[in-house]
Design a protein around this ligand. Structure first.
Ligand SMILES: NC(=O)c1ccc[n+]([C@@H]2O[C@H](COP(=O)([O-])OP(=O)(O)OC[C@H]3O[C@@H](n4cnc5c(N)ncnc54)[C@H](O)[C@@H]3O)[C@@H](O)[C@H]2O)c1
Length: 450
């Protein structure tokens, strides 16, 4: 049955000569009122998604998969406490997720595993006909980015990159302001991931945050896999929290696209110093040479003549900030200091407190669901990203942040690595839409439900 369905879907796509937007084909099918979802990876992030899914009446969590028994137990307990039916359980080995994908009744899966598993699992999910929700970043290499696009186009199955920051309340209000032309013609953006993760990348193997300077096999949670990237890659390995919201504001892949990028890196000191301070100079990890520079700065040029400065800064002491700045011919928003300036409205050369502006332009979705979203995680934005995923699955349409976005945002990692390696030489972005960015319409973010 499954291979017959795949064949029909493939031949329909091939027959229609379509290489993009297969939702045109599926949009006419009846909308579902209930969707069955499987979770692959129920670590810290997957558990957060599970909590949001089991709180919904339109979702049935039919399966969970994790190679860590303790995570399975914790999640089964949560499901039982919520009075929901026990799901099928997978995780006997690292490929057991494939057996989850064989479950006929699943409409969709959410992948919240370590980065190196994302593209592989997402491709297998699309090939199995499961709508794939994949955590950030979606891919690690240029090849993986193309693979995601190609498999989507071959199968007609959708992929949504689960970039929750696109749903942050201030970000959505500023998107509203951008759409209302408050800042005029867009010129320049800043964004990034500036988060002191020293106590996440290094721990004691018992608790995820706090004590210890271990990683890899001796660490738990993100220290088990994330730190290896700091050891071996000098790249912006986590670009999407910053660039995702900016990409939607300047309509990347929908009338605009990233064209080229240069990247530079500082030396690496933060993790080494932290290990010496907390584990002593004789700790074996104090002898390691972490390849990733502490601050990585990339400058992207877009087809429409904007520039975007993206920063990755995760190993030095600092308070959290995604560092957003959105600047046009009439004014700008800066998240740090929470300020806005609009020529002709603000007092000349003086900042306004951003709050009244953000309140005025509060996004209709936040007005409608703000109360419900509170407590969903990360200030409520996790509610919206799950809502968008579930609604897209129910309606069988392309998601707000699709496979082309996943590829264009995630490819910043390998391109930054190449640029840094070559003394800041410019790197061209591939056009993952194969020219269709020219005629794709901007996504409508002002919908009633998601
Ligand atoms: N959007 C956000 O705000 C946000 C926040 C945190 C993490 N994340 C992303 O979510 C993902 C997971 O991060 P996390 O913090 O939950 O990490 P984690 O280490 O806590 O969880 C990952 C889980 O995947 C499991 N796993 C590993 N390989 C597996 C396999 N082959 N099959 C099944 N399970 C497997 C691990 O046992 C672990 O429980 C990462 O991509 C991370 O970047 C996103």
């Amino acid at each position: 049955m499954k291979s017959r369905r795949t064949f029909i879907r493939n031949s329909t796509l091939a027959g229609a000569g379509l290489s993009i937007a297969p939702n045109i084909i599926f949009a006419n099918r009846s909308q579902k009122s209930m969707v069955s979802i499987g979770l692959i990876g129920v670590g810290l992030r997957g558990t957060n998604h599970l909590n949001n899914l089991i709180a919904r009446e339109d979702v049935s969590v039919e399966a969970i998969c994790d190679i860590d028994e303790a995570r399975i137990k914790l999640n089964l307990d949560l499901i039982e406490k919520a009075g929901k039916r026990k799901p099928a359980v997978f995780g006997k080995d690292v490929y057991d997720y494939k057996n989850l994908l064989d479950m006929e009744q699943l409409d969709a899966v959410i992948i919240a595993t370590p980065w190196l598993w994302h593209a592989r699992m997402a491709k297998d999910a699309m090939r199995a006909g499961k709508y794939a929700g994949v955590e950030v970043s979606a891919a690690n290499t240029l090849e993986e980015c193309w693979d995601l696009v190609n498999v989507h186009e071959q199968t007609g199955t959708h992929l949504m990159i689960l970039e929750n920051v696109n749903y942050r309340r201030d970000v959505m209000a500023v998107l509203n302001m951008v759409r209302d032309n408050v800042f005029g013609e867009l010129m320049h953006f800043r964004c990034g991931y500036q988060h002191d993760l020293r106590f996440v990348k290094l721990n004691d193997g018992i608790s995820a945050y706090g004590k210890g300077v271990e990683f890899g096999e001796k660490g738990i949670s993100e220290a088990r896999w994330r730190t290896q990237h700091s050891l071996l890659r000098n790249a912006d390995v986590y670009p999407t929290h910053g660039v995702g919201p900016i990409a939607t504001m300047c309509n990347i892949n929908r009338g605009n696209r990233f064209v080229s990028m240069t990247s530079h890196s500082t030396k690496s000191r933060g993790l080494h110093n932290y290990i010496v301070e907390n584990g002593g100079p004789d700790h074996p990890n104090a002898k390691l040479d972490f390849k990733m520079g502490d601050v990585i700065t990339s400058t992207i040029e877009t087809a429409n003549g904007e520039t975007i400065i993206v920063t990755h800064d995760t190993s030095l002491p600092r308070p959290y900030s995604l560092g957003f700045r959105v600047q046009g011919t009439k004014g700008l928003w800066e998240v740090d200091c929470n300020r806005i300036y609009v020529e002709g409205v603000s007092k000349p050369h003086q900042w306004d407190d951003a709050d009244p502006w953000l309140k005025k332009y509060d996004h209709p979705l936040w007005v409608k669901y703000g109360e419900q979203a509170t407590g969903a995680g990360h200030g409520g934005m996790d509610f919206f990203v799950i809502q968008a995923f579930v609604e897209s699955v129910k309606q069988k349409v392309a998601p707000p942040m699709d496979v082309y976005d996943a590829a264009a945002w995630s490819v910043i990692t390998p391109l930054s690595e190449l640029s840094i390696e070559n003394n800041g030489a410019p790197q061209d972005f591939p056009d993952f839409t194969r020219g269709l960015w020219l005629k794709r319409a901007p996504y409508n973010w002002i919908k009633d439900t998601y």
